[in-house]
Design a protein around this ligand. Structure first.
Ligand code: SAH
Length: 444
């Protein structure tokens, strides 16, 4: 029997769980928000913290709302659907503020998190595992947290609306045509995942069928039937993943219909997106993110800019239109190749791309830099990269971060020679606890 405790939520953890303190013990509770009181069922303990779920709510936050999604408490993807959007934004601003103070010793005022007008249906990339439920029915959806049980989902509130009916019809066709569903336990069966990528600015939409073998039987009929039902699909790709892993996409690919990619735009530049390309998942907010980051640059002086951790080159390409020169470095080969193609496609000539570790690259770079834009993954940057910035006397750094805690750690390191003058959180992932932050640093 699990233990039950009574408690009051006093804070929100970085993963979006309610924080309850009780006799020196700390509890992280799903779906409990600041000010709320509840009976909490304690489920397990990890790294000195107890994790639990709400058994009975006594006192509700005035900001609590009816979630739009029926499975939001079991799916685990959205931590904040039960709290109103203004409060979500406040939580995110507060998280950045507190991380900067507590970990970084930085007291620069944090601007209010920039939200969306309509914070639903924003994701342009949708990926769903297909499987069978206990009764043998074909299902698709999300894996339950820490498990491989599929929670069926008919419509996800944060994904592009166009995906729902396509997924439903794929399921119906799969049943009709008796295409075997992959079984994770014995490796038998064919269809593993369906990935959908949508374009915001063009009428283009890609379906990727992730299968366990190339050219599955009945493929032609399946593709024809799907296109007939959904003429909005502009390309279908088969991706073969034979490995027994959690990684969704395999290496082998075959275009079954259309060009094999879609295009989308960010601030007037056009990008090609293949099944595996990295591309920001919120097409509206990415423009606000980049615009606010680039507004910090004084382009009148024609700066030389380094775009580090560049992905498919998006920020650097946009900066290049006004800079003297941009140097771009990215470790992933595919992304780096896409970045070069994106430069050609958009006729941007004053940018160079290097596929390398950002730290190694910057440590060996001779070109004097005026501005460094850095957008590292969640684990943040490292001492080699940061100490090179300190030694090279770069005048201005724009740090774009998807993790306030590692951001704060890195800013602390830089704060010996740099002043943090601008901190702007941007909500790229409404309904979830994630927050992106732009920081402007200036040489003291
Ligand atoms: N700036 C891009 C991508 C940011 S995501 C955008 O806005 O879309 C972070 C990127 O850092 C990823 O593309 C990842 O492949 C890359 N990366 C991770 N570690 C790296 C390293 N050590 N050196 C260079 N790039 C790295």
């Amino acid at each position: 029997m699990n233990r039950i405790i009574k408690g009051k939520c006093v804070d929100i953890s970085s993963e979006g769980k309610g924080v309850v303190k009780n006799n020196k013990d700390i509890y992280f509770v799903d779906g409990l928000f600041i000010g709320e009181e509840a009976d909490i069922e304690v489920l397990y303990q990890r790294a000195g913290v107890y994790f639990g779920k709400v058994k009975k709510l006594y006192k509700l936050s005035e900001h609590r709302i009816q979630p739009k999604c029926k499975i939001c408490t079991s799916c685990g993807g959205c931590q904040y659907q039960q709290i109103d959007y203004q409060t979500q934004l406040q939580y995110k601003t507060k998280r950045v503020e507190e991380a900067l103070k507590r970990i970084g010793g930085i007291n620069t005022p944090v601007l209010p998190c920039i939200g969306m007008d309509n914070p639903y249906y924003y994701r342009n990339k949708i990926q769903m595992p297909f499987g069978k439920d206990r009764k043998g029915n074909v299902v698709y959806g999300f894996y339950r947290e820490n498990s491989h049980e599929i929670i069926p989902v008919k419509e996800c509130m944060i994904e592009d609306k166009r995906a729902a009916s396509i997924l439903w019809d794929i399921k119906e066709l799969v049943k009709e045509m008796k295409i075997p569903i992959y079984n994770e336990d014995n490796g038998k069966g064919i269809l593993r995942y369906v990935l959908i990528r949508t374009s915001y600015h063009f009428s283009e939409l890609m379906v990727v069928l992730v299968t366990s073998m190339m050219n599955f039987p009945g493929q032609r009929n399946f593709v024809d039937a799907l296109i007939k039902k959904h003429p909005e699909i502009t390309t279908i790709v088969e991706n073969v993943n034979k490995r027994h892993t959690n990684v969704i996409l395999g290496q082998e690919e075959k275009v079954l219909y259309g060009p094999g990619f879609i295009k989308d735009k960010i601030l007037d530049l056009t990008f090609e997106i293949s099944p595996s390309s990295f591309f920001q998942v919120n097409p509206l907010q990415v423009e606000k993110l980049y615009q606010n980051a680039l507004n910090l640059i004084d382009f009148k002086n024609k700066p030389v800019v380094l775009d580090a951790y560049a992905g498919v080159g998006t920020i650097g390409l946009i900066a290049a239109r006004n800079a003297k020169q941009v140097i771009s470095v990215e470790i992933n080969k595919d992304a780096s190749r896409n970045a070069k193609e994106n430069a050609k496609r958009n006729n941007v000539n004053n940018i160079e791309f290097y596929c390398d570790d950002a730290s190694k690259f910057i440590a060996n770079l001779d070109t004097p830099l005026d501005i460094v834009i850095m957008d590292p993954p969640r684990k943040g940057s490292d001492e080699v990269f940061l100490s090179t910035l300190l030694n090279n006397k770069v005048k201005q750094i724009i740090y774009v971060s998807c993790d306030p805690e590692t951001l704060a750690r890195d800013l602390k390191y830089l704060s010996s020679s740099y002043q943090v003058k601008y901190v702007q959180p941007v909500d790229m992932f409404p309904m979830t606890a994630h927050v992106e932050t732009i920081v402007g640093l200036y040489r003291k």
